[in-house]
Write a protein that binds this ligand. Structure first.
Ligand SMILES: C=CC1=C(C)c2cc3[nH]c(cc4nc(cc5[nH]c(cc1n2)c(C)c5CCC(=O)O)C(CCC(=O)O)=C4C)c(C)c3C=C
Ligand code: FE2
Ligand code: FE2
Length: 346
């Protein structure tokens, strides 16, 4: 049995052309774990409403952050793969849940090297139905239909893993070393509140009332909200941040349903009005910089803050291909590779 690793990220359009952005958004938003309504309703919302105007707007946003080598998210995932590959002695490939390289292509690349046991690493620190779960479901579908000889082990959400908390905290410390700041905002990608309730395995824990996530519950294994607050709490402890100098918010909402609150855009504006004049923002739901960090926070969020009276705005980079992050991933991989027999979780 030969082992290999698949690092899986969200994905980006193939280019900033409107037609490529449209194809990518169609695949992304037609996922039943992203817009979780019945197929015909979803097709009406996505193809009848969102895709009529959004691709053009999103393509403009992508143009503002695109690199010569391509999408930052993909380039950064490739760089991370190369570093991890140098540190472990089993094959490491990457795949994207949407767009290219596809999950199928990533599995095929490993299978072509004789790999029969794959460590799936969804590159999301916090579990969500719209991210981790959709990767695991598609991977299993591909396995059962196209790669029946392959077995999977999945890396669980690492939102509170001490190695992850350490590298994230050190990255924040480094980014703010020479900077003047008086508040750190931990801005996580949002999800509709409904998603949190759907992922509640106890069916009764989650109240979205701000309190349920503080108490202990088996529901938290799959509670995105709890896991986000826990990441903030542990990083704040590691860095010794004083109460009141940091907070948590949720960005990138889409549509009219209630999403997790407080919303980042409103929080940034309120902070500027309330006299936080030097704001640092960290985005721990993303391990690679992407549209949502570079454009939504680094450009739009910054403009909003400065226009409303703020004086300094610092976007803290994601972990990207930091050496300490590549080392942590390669340690997790090596520990798994050394196990005599792996357990199939998927
Ligand atoms: C219903 C819509 C969406 C849910 C739910 C959602 C959850 C979610 N997304 C990420 C990570 C990323 N999302 C990115 C872009 C993006 N997200 C949505 C919608 C939902 N996301 C859209 C429509 C887009 C596309 C861009 C746009 O048109 O605004 C990205 C960036 C990709 C890139 O190419 O750079 C990431 C990363 C998480 C972590 C998450 C739930 C926890
Ligand atoms: Fe998203
Ligand atoms: Fe909760």
């Amino acid at each position: 049995m030969k082992k290999g690793v698949l690092l899986v990220n969200l994905g980006s359009p193939d280019s900033t052309e409107v037609k490529d952005v449209k194809r990518y958004l169609d695949q992304f938003l037609m996922d039943e774990r992203v817009i979780d309504v019945p197929y015909l309703v979803r097709a009406f919302i996505v193809r009848g409403i969102i895709l009529r105007t959004r691709p053009k707007k999103s393509a403009e946003a992508y143009k503002r952050i695109w690199w010569e080598e391509g999408s930052p998210l993909i380039v950064l995932t490739e760089r991370l793969q190369k570093k991890v590959q140098q540190l472990v002695d089993i094959p490491v490939s990457i795949a994207m849940r949407y767009g290219n390289p596809s999950l199928e292509a990533g599995m095929r690349e490993l299978a072509s090297q004789g790999v029969t046991e794959i460590l799936l690493v969804p590159l999301y620190p916090q579990f969500a139905m719209a991210t981790t779960e959709t990767i695991l479901v598609l991977a299993e579908k591909l396995r059962s239909t196209k790669f029946p000889n392959i077995r999977f082990t999945e890396i669980p959400a690492f939102y509170s893993h001490p190695d992850y908390v350490r590298v994230l905290s050190e990255s924040i410390k480094e980014a703010l070393q020479e900077k003047d700041w008086n508040h750190i905002l931990f801005s996580y990608h949002g999800v509709p509140e409904r998603h949190i309730k759907k992922s509640d395995i106890t069916k009764s824990h989650c109240k979205i009332d701000g309190q349920c996530c503080q108490s202990s519950s088996p529901a938290h294994q799959y509670c995105y909200r709890h896991q986000c607050y826990e990441t903030t709490k542990q990083v704040a402890e590691y860095l010794g941040l004083k109460e009141g100098t940091y907070s948590t918010s949720f960005q990138s909402r889409l549509g009219r349903d209630p999403w997790l609150q407080p919303y980042t855009d409103q929080t940034i504006e309120n902070m500027a009005h309330q006299g936080v004049n030097k704001l640092a923002v960290v985005t721990p739901a993303f391990v690679s910089d992407c549209l949502e960090t570079l454009e939504e926070i680094g450009m739009e969020g910054k403009d909003e803050f400065l226009e409303n009276g703020g004086s300094e705005f610092h976007l803290i980079p994601c972990l990207n291909d930091r050496n300490d992050w590549a080392q942590v991933l390669s340690r997790w991989v090596s520990e798994w590779a050394a196990e005599p027999e792996s357990v199939t979780h998927v």
